[in-house]
Design a protein around this ligand. Structure first.
Ligand SMILES: [Zn+2]
Length: 539
């Protein structure tokens, strides 16, 4: 038998440290360079020496790329897609230890001198010797390393199945990498005659509560969407406050009702989404003046499980109508008490209605030019651009004010779930049994991965046309942001996430459980893939 480069825990640990040392924070040069380094590393595997055409870099956006590596068995069409992201969050919180964030072995040793700076649990874990600290160790370079080891082993042992390793940038910000990969997955499927059986991600286990030491596998991934609002009031001078209505005043009614609103929570299969929360609320005035702020914006975060963009918009609209009503009543009462004339009642409209109105009034070309000039501001991100487009249209359509304009700001991660899928059930049964038999490790199933993942962009299910509501109400749709819903629908295979155990993703104390990462999980995934082969060829 040929020697494996990454066939034992020590080799995997070395590979992880190597891969962590390739800094790849989202939107940095390192992120752009990372996939070609993986390509070089995978290119050393015999199979890819013989078949370099199966190892490919593809364009994402902003000079970034994603990598695919296909292990193809000559007589198999069944394919497991191994998904990972290689970008990491930044390392500011490491302070003077920043340069060690990318050197797990050194950082872990160094932390023994800094024990009093660590939270209790992190200190205990450090002393136990069971953890390796460092940026990206847990989230999620270990997932990629595990997939590299798996594809090498499959190719050397000639497993009768195909494995397609896919590793993408930008998961931590907008998932531009995964959204670009979706059409490519369809293309590769045609080109190599693949049948996708399973989309297997390797995101780490996220503890459900502090101190939770349970090992979980996930048969789905929670969705996230950002219903947002532009508040357009009527300007006035501070000396005549009742001559207008400020945007912050209107906003306060909606934000009060959106934050923690249980009508925007969901419970499915015994799991419940966290309640919505405000991510941003600000006025759009560019500098201080004694003119009152009459334009403001708010961004709310909503998690989803079964609901889609259409259902969320309907619920959001109800909340907004309720807020407008309360705002109007309160305002009328003040006007009565102060013998002032109200400037009008706040109404609620969706962005698509505003856009249609503006197109009729000013022409489609005008709306296009507004979008184009906002897109020209490269210093604005997609959130800011969304508000600025709606804002500029409202400035030209002030007869609609005072108003709350409802819109969606990117990103949108649709929820996905495969708990009922027979293959996923079989895989989870296998992992549960194997975990106990081989490692004495109890494995628990969670239906929705709670950390947000790229699995959101495969196996899209929407009986109706729910996504058209997202498209119509996202001002930056089709320019700086889009989601390949049609292609996602065609990527019909169940999803599963099996990754290593770790703690404190995105924190200075990010750490990976050594035994879980280098021994248990690689063995569980290998056994699981073999069990899929066995089922298909009846062995
Ligand atoms: Zn991650």
């Amino acid at each position: 038998m040929k020697q494996l480069r990454w066939g034992n825990p020590e080799a995997l640990r070395e590979l992880l440290c190597e891969v962590v040392s390739w800094k790849s924070m989202t939107l940095t040069e390192g992120e752009r360079e990372f996939p070609s380094k993986v390509m070089v590393e995978l290119g050393k595997v015999d199979f890819f020496q013989k078949h370099p055409e199966y190892l490919e870099l593809h364009d994402a956006d902003l000079g970034r790329s994603f990598l695919t590596a296909l292990y193809k068995h000559p007589n198999a069409s069944d394919t497991v897609v191994l998904i990972s992201h290689f970008d990491t969050v930044n390392v500011e919180e490491f302070g003077d230890l920043q340069e060690y964030a990318y050197k797990p072995e050194e950082l872990t040793k160094l932390l023994f001198d800094r024990m009093d700076e660590l939270p209790d649990e992190a200190r205990e874990d450090l002393l136990s010797g069971e953890y390796l600290f460092g940026r990206g160790t847990m989230d999620m370079k270990m997932g990629l390393v595990m997939h590299m080891g798996l594809i090498e082993k499959a190719s050397v042992e000639q497993w009768k199945i195909n494995l397609l390793l896919l590793t993408v940038p930008d998961e931590e910000v907008n998932s531009a990498g995964m959204r670009a990969a979706v059409p490519k997955l369809l293309e590769l499927k045609e080109r190599h005659q693949l049948t996708y059986k399973l989309f297997l991600n390797g995101e780490p286990v996220f503890t459900q509560d502090p101190g939770d030491r349970n090992y979980y596998v996930y048969s789905g991934s929670i969705g996230k969407i950002m219903p947002s609002a532009l508040f357009y009031g009527k300007e006035t001078h501070v000396g005549q406050p009742l001559g207008g209505i400020t945007a912050p005043y209107i906003a306060s009614f909606l934000t009060q009702r959106m934050e923690w609103n249980p009508s925007l929570q969901e419970s499915v299969l015994g799991e419940t989404t966290p309640p919505p929360v405000t991510l941003q609320q600000k006025d759009l005035k560019l500098e201080y003046s004694t003119q009152t702020p009459y334009r403001a914006a708010a961004l709310y975060n909503v998690f989803l499980m079964k609901r889609n963009a259409e259902e969320i918009m309907e619920l959001f609209e109800k909340v907004a109508q309720d807020a407008a009503l309360a705002c109007n009543e309160a305002y009328q009462e003040i006007c009565r008490a102060q013998s002032a004339t109200a400037v009008g009642a706040v109404k609620v409209l969706r962005y698509e209605e505003l856009q249609k109105y503006a197109q009729q009034k000013l022409g489609a070309a005008f709306v296009q030019s507004v979008k184009a000039s906002v897109q020209g501001k490269s210093e604005w991100d997609d959130r800011e651009k969304s508000f600025r487009i709606a804002d500029t249209l409202m400035i030209e359509c002030q007869e609609l004010a005072p108003a709350i304009v409802l819109l969606y700001a990117p990103p949108y991660y649709p929820a996905v779930n495969s708990s009922d899928d027979p293959l996923v059930k079989q895989c989870i049964d296998f992992i549960k049994n194997f975990g106990i038999e081989k490692f004495g490790l109890p494995v628990h199933q969670v239906h929705y991965f709670n950390g947000i993942s790229d699995l959101s962009y495969v196996n899209y299910q929407d009986a109706g046309e729910g996504w058209t509501v997202f498209k119509g109400n996202t001002p930056v749709w089709g320019t700086s942001y889009s989601i390949p819903f049609d292609e996602m629908k065609q990527l019909k295979a169940p999803v599963l996430n099996v990754g290593p155990f770790g703690k404190d993703a995105h924190k200075r104390t990010e750490r990976l459980h050594i035994k879980s990462a280098f021994e248990e999980v690689p063995a569980l995934v290998e056994g699981m893939v073999k069990s899929i082969i066995c089922k298909e060829v009846k062995c």
